[in-house]
Write a protein that binds this ligand. Structure first.
Ligand code: XMP
Length: 549
């Protein structure tokens, strides 16, 4: 098994680009493990991690200019380590600046958006230098013709630019590989494997970007494709076994894909030493409890305890309208329920010292000491990261800590999780409690559950469920006047929220068709007692968040 071996890795140093995470994901999509670390990380710190066999570095873009006071620099030891380095945008300027070249200030000029990159015509003569553009054929020019037809065997490809400063003097030993119309130095390289790209290979607007990154990983860094779903499963199973040493694990199922996959991994590691606990908080969506039992008990044969805690959660939430307070109450109550279940299981033999959680890599990046995250204000306490009570009795097992959502989905499929489950929209731990604005009670929960079920049914029927990142109904505290069958009504307003998003950090409101919106509104008002008006939320994130609370 792979597990005791050190894992080949590419380290991405984060200089603050909005694309830093995307670079890490792209590398992993190409089957090489990659981690995103703060720009200030030193070679010594990085190489002290026994588990990693570092094969190369990528310096991300970033908003700074190399001449800004306090501009983040790269540990020079990384640049002189002999390992390949790919500098993207600001990363390329750092390569030039720190290795003795020169960067010209933008003076207000910017190159932003699509451009055509043209390699210098000696590309064919110096394969070693031009490895970064290998496998991209000269005819790709036809997808993005310039005014003049190409007169050389240069490669011309569409690329995405976003920069102000540019390199105007190369460090010793470097060569210019390519230019754009407005930038004579758009790609540079040294024969030792230091490469700078002024464009962004990681974004989809650079269609050949994946091949460029592939060249860096496989031709320049000499990586092998070791980051595969099968190897991740093997490794995480071995790690869980080693960590828990035969003790029991309790796993909280939330009904979402993350906790489901974390539980499946734990089950593969310890078999029936795992007990899944599904807490019915009373704040679940329609049919949720039944679906969990059906999938986990009947389909996957995983030991499952369902705890009906509706009354105690509702009692704790009574009269509480502050969103953060609701989150804290629910987070704390969850843990109390798990502890009680652990105590019951202990009576049957074997204590449960471990709690499995579906924390993902983006949560980890955000809650560790990343330069930007450290200073960011806390917007919401997501209970799987920040809301656990301090006196908690469990140690955590977090098998998804190094994984992105799309990787979790792939693993889920591999482990037999039904497709429908794998593609479920995320559902927050506090559930419908943070979708009822103001205080929560049983009646409001009934109303919201019914409205939400109609919304999801119509969205599925229209075939757009998979295109959406999330869709749900919100029960507002507003009452409005209406008229139904000649009678005046004075009832609740339901808001519909549907967003498209890649990573849930930013989101846009979904352009649902007017017909679909009409059907949703018509059905909710007609079928859900106590609701006489439906509104559609057309706010992006930022400035709004996805959830209303
Ligand atoms: P926001 O509302 O911050 O949501 O834009 C981003 C994503 O996080 C989910 N979310 C939560 N998940 N506990 C959770 O487990 C929470 O308290 C929580 N609050 C928001 C939200 O549904 C969206 O997917």
């Amino acid at each position: 098994m792979q597990t005791r071996e050190r894992r080949q890795a590419i380290i991405v140093l984060d200089f603050g680009s909005q694309y830093s995470r995307l670079i890490t994901r792209r590398v992993r999509e190409l089957h090489v493990y990659s981690e995103l670390v703060p720009a200030s990380a030193t070679l010594e710190q990085l190489q002290s991690q026994e588990r990693l066999d570092i094969r190369g570095f990528i310096l991300s873009g970033g908003p700074a200019s190399v001449y800004d006071e306090g501009a983040p620099l790269c540990d020079p030891a990384i640049l002189h380590s002999g390992l390949p380095v790919l500098g993207i945008c600001y990363g390329m300027q750092l390569l030039a600046h720190q290795l003795g070249g020169h960067v010209a200030l933008a003076n207000g000029r910017r190159e932003y958006g699509p451009a055509t990159l043209e390699t210098l015509f000696d590309a064919a003569n110096d394969a070693q230098l031009f490895r970064i553009f290998a496998g991209i054929d000269a005819t790709s020019a036809q997808t993005n013709p310039l005014d003049q037809p190409p007169t050389t065997n240069a490669i011309r490809i569409p690329v995405w630019m976003s920069h102000g400063d540019s390199v105007d003097q190369l460090p010793a030993g470097f060569h210019t590989l390519a230019c754009t119309e407005s930038n004579p130095v758009a790609a540079i390289a040294s024969p030792q494997g230091l490469v700078g790209l002024q464009f962004h290979p990681e974004v989809s607007h650079t269609p050949q970007g994946k091949q460029v990154l592939r060249n860096f990983l496989y031709r320049i860094c000499g990586c092998e494709p070791t980051w595969t779903t099968a190897s991740v499963i093997d490794e995480s199973v071995a790690q869980i076994r080693q960590r828990v040493q035969g003790e029991r694990i309790i796993s909280g199922l939330s009904g979402g894909v993350d906790s489901a996959v974390a539980s499946l991994l734990a089950h593969r590691a310890v078999g029936d030493q795992l007990t899944c606990v599904f807490v019915d908080t009373g704040c679940l969506r329609a049919g949720e409890r039944e679906q969990v039992v059906e999938t986990f008990s009947r389909h996957l044969h995983i030991p499952l305890v369902v705890v009906d805690a509706r009354e105690r959660f509702l009692a704790k939430l009574a009269g509480v309208s502050d969103p953060e307070q609701k989150r804290k109450i629910i987070g704390a109550e969850f843990i109390r329920v798990f502890e009680e279940e652990a105590a019951l299981l202990a009576k049957e033999g074997g204590s449960s010292a471990f709690l499995a959680q579906g924390t993902l890599y983006p949560d980890v990046i955000e809650s560790t000491s990343h330069d930007t995250a450290a200073t960011a204000t806390r917007i919401k306490t997501h209970h799987n990261v920040g809301g656990l009570p301090e006196d908690m009795q469990f140690q955590l097992v977090e098998p998804l800590r190094l994984l992105f959502k799309d990787e979790v989905r792939e693993i889920g499929l591999q482990l037999g999780l039904p497709e429908e489950w794998v593609w479920r929209h995320p559902f927050p731990g506090p559930g419908l409690a943070i979708r009822i604005i103001g205080a929560v009670d049983g009646q409001k929960l009934e109303t919201l559950r019914a409205a939400d079920a109609i919304l999801i049914e119509e969205i599925r029927r229209a075939g757009v469920y998979r295109e959406l990142g999330q869709a749900f109904a919100v029960l507002t505290p507003l009452q409005s006047v209406g008229v139904m069958g000649d009678l005046r009504t004075y009832s609740s307003v339901v808001a519909v929220r549907a967003v498209t998003t890649g990573d849930f950090m930013t989101a846009d409101w979904a352009r649902l068709s007017p017909d679909l919106l009409g059907r949703i509104s018509h059905r909710i008002v007609n079928e859900v007692p106590g609701v006489n008006r439906v509104v559609y939320d057309i706010t992006s994130k930022p400035p709004a968040t996805i959830e209303w609370e």
